[in-house]
Design a binder for this molecule. Structure first.
Ligand SMILES: Cc1cc2nc3c(=O)[nH]c(=O)nc-3n(C[C@H](O)[C@H](O)[C@H](O)COP(=O)(O)OP(=O)(O)OC[C@H]3O[C@@H](n4cnc5c(N)ncnc54)[C@H](O)[C@@H]3O)c2cc1C
Ligand code: FES
Length: 335
């Protein structure tokens, strides 16, 4: 069985911890911010689907030279994970797009641009996790078919980075984006500039089709099998990121049509580096850590239930530890 998280890590980059100067931090939609950071090491090595783990503080986390920790507030204690949305390898910057949902993101939204070692710089650790696999069969003249990118809400973020990588490899792709309403849509112009067709769905019908993005996916997959007349396109891979119920529906549709599908999961995280088991999910090969074995997994390997991820909260710590390949003395961290 090919479980992404059970394969040995390939040439994935070594994470670095840096205090990255904030170049800009702009509200691009209600409560949605795009933050651009100068982080040359991460910009050079990050792969689509990877994330950074960010210390969230009011004024950035100003760390004075020679007293690295003394300037750091410890509240909130835990870093927060954010997908890398775009890298500019020549400009050595990375972009994150985040929605203000709680204390950490609210603090992050108040960080103004600044210099390393002063207010206006953010402590980040990355790139972390295992990103999307781009199968060779998607590229070139004799490609097996197109890619379908499916995003719900903030799930657009890692798919923008992926879209740049697909465009570089001349992979043909279509994009389906869903949001509650028109004002919460963002990033569409970037997909279009890369030459990808974008179809929209909003729950209130204010842009694109009224309804859920999964309805667009169902129609597209049906067309690709000739369900509505002659097949127009053939999809050879689906890449999806969004809320767990959306991923569950996309995984089901892809499974029914036999289209390989990769999903980027979002779980609450503590350490972010595979040490605490705070982020495990149930897969067909046992428990896997979203931060280190994912966040991208083959959809067919994940147990989804009607609400999204089937975490199985009844599982004992010892069982989880054992299945995730951790020594028995390891313990889930207190988050
Ligand atoms: C690999 C990964 C990539 C992510 N990428 C992005 C991204 O690109 N943009 C973005 O806006 N968000 C992203 N998230 C979610 C983001 O990490 C959380 O929204 C953030 O940690 C919330 O911090 P907070 O202190 O503001 O909220 P809190 O005060 O901690 O919580 C507020 C609310 O958000 C929910 N929440 C908190 N953490 C998570 C989480 N990890 N996943 C889902 N819900 C959560 C809580 O259940 C609660 O309802 C990602 C999460 C993961 C695991
Ligand atoms: S957050 Fe994944 S193991 Fe600690």
């Amino acid at each position: 069985m090919n479980i992404r998280g059970s394969r040995p890590p390939e040439a994935e980059s070594k994470p670095v911890q840096v205090v990255a100067p904030v170049i800009s931090n702009v509200e691009i939609a209600p409560s949605i911010f795009r933050m651009s950071l100068s982080a040359p090491g991460i910009a050079r090595s990050a792969l689509p689907g990877q994330f950074v783990h960010v210390v969230c503080h009011d004024a950035g986390n100003h760390v004075s030279e020679g007293s690295r920790n003394s300037g750091l507030s410890l509240d909130p204690l835990l870093r927060r994970p954010f997908s890398i949305c775009r890298v500019d390898r020549s400009g050595a910057t990375i972009d994150l797009v985040y929605q203000v949902v709680g204390r950490g993101t609210e603090m992050l939204s108040r960080v103004a641009p600044g210099e390393a070692g002063r207010a206006g710089a953010v402590d980040i650790l990355g790139p972390l996790g295992r990103g999307f696999d781009i199968p060779r069969s998607l590229a070139g003249e004799d490609a097996a078919g197109r890619a379908l990118l499916v995003a719900g809400g903030l799930g657009v973020a890692p798919l923008i980075f992926l879209a740049y990588a697909l465009a570089e490899r001349q992979v043909r792709a279509d994009v389906a984006v869903g949001a509650r309403s028109r004002d919460l849509l963002w990033g569409i112009d970037e997909f279009e500039l890369l030459g990808f067709g974008v179809e929209l769905a909003t729950e209130d019908g204010s842009a694109g089709a009224r309804g859920l993005v999964t309805e667009l996916v169902e129609r597209r997959l049906c067309e690709s099998l000739g369900g509505h007349g002659a097949p127009t396109v053939r999809y050879a891979a689906i890449f999806a990121c969004g809320p767990a119920p959306m991923l569950a529906a996309v995984a089901r549709l892809a499974g029914e049509r036999g289209v390989p599908c990769q999903v980027s999961l979002e779980e609450r995280m503590a350490c972010g580096v595979g040490a605490c088991l705070g982020c495990v999910v149930k897969t067909k090969a046992g428990y896997r850590r979203v931060c280190a074995d994912g966040p991208v997994f083959n959809a067919a390997d994940i147990f989804f239930d009607s609400d999204g991820l089937d975490f199985d909260p009844g599982a004992s710590d010892a069982g989880v530890l054992h299945e995730a390949g951790m020594p028995d003395e390891a313990r889930l961290s207190d988050r």
